[in-house]
Design a protein around this ligand. Structure first.
Ligand SMILES: Cc1ncc(COP(=O)(O)O)c(C=O)c1O
Length: 397
C-alpha cells in the first residue's frame, strides 16, 4: 500500500519542462544555454572549502540536531547585524534551527504546523502564492493540509492579496508560505505588506512561514526581513518562522546549509522532529556555515556579480517583454504573451532553455493561470555566458 496523498503531488516544474523540450532538438551550431535552474554558477568562497578541510576529522561523529554553539552564535550575530535587531531579541539556543538547505526544512515544517483533520472535519488550510515554489505545495499535501493557492499577479506587486483571502479559509489556516524576494518575480514584500501579513497571522492564529532564501541577492535596497517587522512590533517572534540559506548568498547550493529562525516553541518542536528523522547537519558543514555567516566580503562580491548581470539584461532587454530589473533574487520574469510557446521557440531556434511561468503556477478559479504569459530566466551563469544567451533570447523572441 502506498500513501494516496502522493497522487496529489504536482510534478516539479523541471519534469514538465523535460516533457515539453526533450522531444525537440535544440538549435544546432551553438552551445545550449541553460537558464532554467536557480543554481548559482559563481565559485563558492575558499573559506568554505578551508573550513570543511580543517574539520574533516569530525565526519566520524554524529552531529547534534541543533548544530554547534558557534554556528548558532554566528547566525544570531548575522541576523542581528543584517536586520538591525535589538541585542537579545534572538536567542541562539532557543530561536535557531540549522537545516540542510531550506528546501527540506520548508517541506518538513508543515508537519510541525498542521493538525490532522478528524473524520468529517475540514482539513487545515495552508496558504501559498501562485506562482509558487513547488515544495510548499508538496509540504502542505503530505502534512494532510489543504493547499490553498492565492494568486500573486502584477496588480499586487506579485504578492498574494491579503484582503482577498476568504474569511472561512482564514479560520482554518495553519500556515502561510510567503517568499520575499519573490521567486520567480524578483519583487520584494514591503514593510506595510509584511506588517499586515504578521497581523493576520496573529489574529487568525496561524504561522507565517517566510522564505527569505534570496534575501542577500538584491539590486539596490536590502529586502525587509520579517524579523525587522517583529522588532518594530515589540520583538516577539510568535507566529513567525523565517528561512535563510547559504545556497544563494554564498553560491554554496551543494553545501546544503541554511537555518530556520522564529518562535521558540516551534523551533523546539521542529528540532525534536528533526531528531527523529535524522536531519542533523554534519559537523564539518556546521563549521563551514559558521565561517560563511561570519563573513560579508564574499557576499558583497557575489552581489556585485549579479548587479553586473542585471545591467547586461537591462541593456539587451530593456523596454521589451515587460522587462524590469529584479529588486531581489536572480530571475527575470518576462512577459512574452505565451510562455510555453516562447520556451519551445527559444529552445528550437536559439538553443536557450527557459522555464515557462505556467509550470510554476496553477489555474485560478476563473480559469486564468497567472504564469501563462511569462518565462522565468535564471541569471546564474557567468556574465559573458549570460550576455551571449540573452542576446540569442532577444533575437529569437
Ligand atoms: C524560493 C526558494 N526557496 C527555497 C529554495 C531552496 O534552497 P536551498 O534548499 O538550496 O536552501 C529555493 C531554491 O531554489 C527557492 O528558489
Amino acid at each position: 500500500m502506498i500513501n494516496p496523498d502522493l497522487l496529489l503531488l504536482r510534478g516539479s516544474p523541471f519534469e514538465a519542462l523535460r516533457e515539453l523540450l526533450d522531444p525537440l532538438a535544440p538549435a544546432s551550431g551553438v552551445e545550449p544555454a541553460l537558464l532554467t535552474v536557480g543554481e548559482p554558477q559563481h565559485k563558492p568562497p575558499q573559506l568554505m572549502l578551508d573550513a570543511l578541510r580543517a574539520n574533516e576529522h569530525l565526519y566520524g561523529k554524529y552531529p547534534p540536531v541543533n548544530g554547534t554553539e558557534e554556528l548558532r552564535q554566528a547566525i544570531t550575530g548575522w541576523l542581528t547585524r543584517r536586520y538591525s535587531l535589538p541585542e537579545g531579541m534572538i536567542t541562539a539556543n532557543a530561536n535557531i534551527a540549522p537545516v540542510n538547505g531550506t528546501k527540506e526544512a520548508l517541506y518538513m515544517i508543515a508537519e510541525v504546523l498542521t493538525r490532522r483533520a478528524g473524520h468529517n472535519e475540514a482539513k487545515p488550510a495552508i496558504l501559498l502564492p501562485t506562482p509558487y515554489y513547488h515544495v510548499y505545495h508538496a509540504a502542505a499535501v503530505m502534512a494532510g493540509a489543504e493547499p490553498v493557492f492565492i494568486p500573486a499577479g502584477p496588480e499586487t506587486n506579485f504578492f498574494p492579496d491579503l484582503g482577498a483571502i476568504d474569511p472561512s479559509i482564514l479560520e482554518r489556516t495553519a500556515a502561510f508560505y510567503l517568499c520575499t524576494p519573490a521567486n520567480p518575480q524578483g519583487t520584494m514584500a514591503s514593510r506595510a505588506y509584511l506588517k499586515e501579513a504578521l497581523a493576520l497571522a496573529r489574529e487568525h492564529d496561524f504561522t507565517l512561514v517566510v522564505d527569505e532564501c534570496y534575501a542577500e541577492i538584491y539590486d539596490v535596497t536590502p529586502p525587509t526581513g520579517i524579523l525587522e517587522i517583529c522588532a518594530e512590533e515589540g520583538g516577539r517572534l510568535d507566529h513567525v518562522l523565517a528561512f535563510h540559506s547559504l545556497s544563494k548568498r554564498s553560491s554554496a547550493a551543494g553545501l546544503r546549509s541554511g537555518f530556520c529562525v522564529g518562535e521558540a516553541s516551534l523551533i523546539k518542536t521542529f528540532l525534536n522532529l528533526r531528531n527523529f528523522s535524522g536531519a542533523a547537519s554534519p559537523l564539518p558543514v556546521c563549521a563551514a556555515a559558521t565561517a560563511l555567516w561570519n563573513d560579508e566580503v564574499h557576499v558583497l562580491e557575489n552581489r556585485a556579480l549579479y548587479r553586473q548581470k542585471f545591467d547586461i539584461a537591462e541593456d539587451i532587454l530593456g523596454g521589451r517583454f515587460g522587462f524590469y530589473r529584479p529588486e531581489g533574487g536572480f530571475f527575470l520574469w518576462l512577459d512574452v504573451g505565451d510562455g510555453v510557446a516562447a520556451a519551445r521557440r527559444l529552445w528550437t531556434e536559439a538553443a536557450v532553455r527557459v522555464l515557462p511561468g505556467r509550470f510554476l503556477s496553477v489555474d485560478g478559479t476563473d480559469g486564468h493561470n497567472p504564469g501563462d504569459r511569462y518565462i522565468r530566466v535564471a541569471l546564474v551563469a557567468a556574465a559573458a555566458d549570460t550576455k551571449e544567451a540573452l542576446t540569442r533570447l532577444a533575437d529569437s523572441l
